[in-house]
Ligand binder design. Structure first.
Ligand code: ATP
Ligand code: MG
Length: 561
């Protein structure tokens, strides 16, 4: 496991209770390692929901000293792409998990799946049905009425022949299917003779035009698990009602092993969307700048935003694993990041809306150096040198010519502390012809070096600043929720109607401590008073620094009592 991820094994949960029972029982698990798999469909980038499944799959294997496979579930030939496969691998590694040499493609099992289908036909447990999709719907029945198929009792030989010819491409797309012969009257509609193969002339990203029939997920998945010797097939709750079919397939084919499916709740987070289809829509219609846009809930987006593997794994661990679907507050994810960065991020200063402050009584040409702690939480992180001279940049909002009530920053006659250096007293400002303040003036008190007042006088405000004679230019990107409502899927119309037009603010003219000039991704800082920021892993270059605000300092998460 890489250094920056949570070293401890995942917190116990009901899945582990089931596995403990299986181990105690012995039987089919006797002498076997716990073996799980993570089976993404390579049709998009992984998102924070997948991170939960990854932590459950790999974390469970880790806990039992077992194994977890990475398998591309590419049985459905639409929209799959090598680009996604590479990105999926990168994201899982980044989270700190490792599949070792157990990387598989479900499409590699097509021939075996075909073989198991033939086995079912021979056993009288599958038949070729000539109902088209529309007729199939019509004959589906309802809770009172069983489904129908006029082809159910077709002789085995006939089905074998037709199935082979389906494979050879003799029939049109959609004209025939292979159906498992289970129970047309089942209260579980998934068991009403489900389709297990369909004809579909689509080019597959790996097998090309080799196949024109493809297995359905419910048939393919248990076979993939059995071939790989998976003991526990962990999946999300929507597959609960498919479990009888999963078990039926395993029971009725000569499966090399007998995996057990266990379902857990999907992760949902408010103020975002999580389905790959919707995320792709955001990307393809340029509502965001790619899959790794820092506003996206994708793992590459979160990484670019400054999320650490540790913060994501701690988030997943704290929300826990249960059988009840629920929506987690986005602010809790932010809380977990803040928690991590508060510990680990170096403190620094950056001015994002700069205005110049001139200390009129400070000698021209003079520069002083101050040693400042990098992280008060971690003295071992040492100190850095910050220079100070006659001119510095301060935030425009830290000066008001006519202060509002309770304003404790710079206004004529008031004193503030320039963080770590001196107390300064504001003497006035200069304005342009439009009345905008262009420079602020103050006098420093040489007796207050280090920010202390020898006479004990009270100075309320402390502001951050950057030496104007020795600083780095930077672009800073501030982010807000991508959507304006907590559940963009719930409203009328499209989720796109709820996009927040102000989710990205780009500030080009920021001034950072000179020390930041050499910072590269993945490096995070706390910019004093402004939040946690990271170096942008794509656009930041020497000479053109770009920082993303990962999260603000103020914690919006309120634990429920
Ligand atoms: P999406 O609807 O986002 O496309 P999916 O379930 O189709 O998701 P897959 O690539 O098939 O995506 O998912 C791989 C694994 O990740 C599956 O086992 C799936 O159950 C799990 N998974 C997907 N989304 C979530 C989620 N929100 N929470 C927990 N697990 C998830
Ligand atoms: Mg899917």
């Amino acid at each position: 496991m890489s250094e920056n991820t949570t070293p401890e094994v995942m917190t116990g949960n009901f899945i582990h209770d089931f596995i403990d029972e299986d181990i105690a029982e012995g039987g089919k698990y006797e002498g076997k390692k716990v073996h799980t798999r993570f089976p993404p469909e390579p049709n998009g980038y992984l998102h924070i929901g997948h991170a939960k499944a990854i932590c459950v799959d790999f974390g469970t294997a880790e806990k039992y000293n077992g194994l977890c496979n990475l398998r591309m579930d590419d049985t459905n030939p639409t929209k799959e792409d090598v680009e996604y496969v590479d990105a999926i691998k990168e994201d899982i590694k980044w989270l700190g998990f490792d599949w070792d040499d157990r990387f598989y493609y479900a499409s590699d099992y097509f021939e075996q799946m075909y073989g198991y289908a033939v086995e079912l036909i021979k056993k009288g447990l599958a038949y070729v049905c000539e109902l088209n999709a529309e007729q199939m719907r019509e004959y589906r029945g309802d809770t009172q009425t069983p489904a129908k198929s006029p082809y159910r009792d077709r002789p085995v030989e006939e089905s074998l022949d037709l199935f082979e010819r389906m494979r050879k491409g003799e029939f049109e797309d959609g004209s025939m299917t292979l159906r498992a012969k289970i129970d047309l009257a089942s209260g579980n509609f998934n068991m009403r003779d489900p389709v297990i193969y369909r004809i579909n002339r689509l080019k597959h990203h790996r097998t090309g035009d080799n196949w024109c029939i493809y297995p359905m997920y419910d048939f393919a998945h248990p076979i993939e698990d059995a071939i790989e010797g998976i003991t526990h097939s962990l999946c999300t709750l929507e597959f609960e009602s498919h479990r009888p079919l999963y078990d039926w397939v395993i029971e009725n084919i000569s499966a090399p092993s007998k995996p057990r499916q266990i379902e857990f709740a999907r992760l949902g987070i408010n103020n975002t969307v999580m389905s790959k289809r919707k995320l792709r829509e955001l990307v393809e219609n340029n509502h965001v700048n790619g899959w790794d846009d820092p506003r996206m809930p994708t793992l590459c987006g979160l990484r670019r935003r400054g999320y650490t593997p540790k913060s994501i794994r701690s988030f997943i661990d704290q929300i826990g694993v249960s059988k009840v679907n629920s929506i987690v507050e986005y602010s809790f994810l932010e809380h977990c990041l803040r928690d991590d960065l508060n510990e680990s991020a170096e403190r620094t200063m950056c001015v994002i809306h700069p205005i110049k402050l001139i200390l009129t009584n400070y000698p021209e040409g003079k520069t002083e150096e101050f040693e400042v702690e990098n992280n008060p939480n971690r003295p071992e992180d040492g100190t850095r040198t910050v220079t100070f001279s006659r001119e510095c940049w301060i935030e425009a909002e830290d000066f008001m010519e006519e202060p509002i009530k309770k304003y404790q920053r710079l206004y004529p006659g008031n004193e503030v502390r320039l963080k770590s250096t001196y107390i300064v007293k504001c003497t006035g400002c200069k304005k342009d012809e439009n009345g905008n303040v262009v420079e602020v003036y103050a006098e420093y008190d040489p007796e207050t070096r280090g920010g202390n007042t020898p006479d004990g006088r009270k100075v309320r405000g402390t502001i951050h600043w950057v030496d104007a004679n020795n600083c780095a230019d930077a672009e800073v990107r501030l982010y807000d929720n991508l959507f304006t409502v907590p559940d963009p899927d719930a409203g009328e119309g499209s989720f796109l109607d709820y996009l927040n037009p102000n989710s990205l603010e780009i500030l080009k003219n920021c001034k950072a401590e000179k020390n930041l000039e050499t910072a590269t991704a993945p490096k995070s800082f706390q910019f004093m008073r402004l939040g946690y920021f990271c170096v942008d892993n794509k656009d930041s270059k020497p000479g053109h620094l770009v920082f993303n605000r990962s999260v603000s300092l103020k914690d919006g998460f309120k634990p429920k009592k």
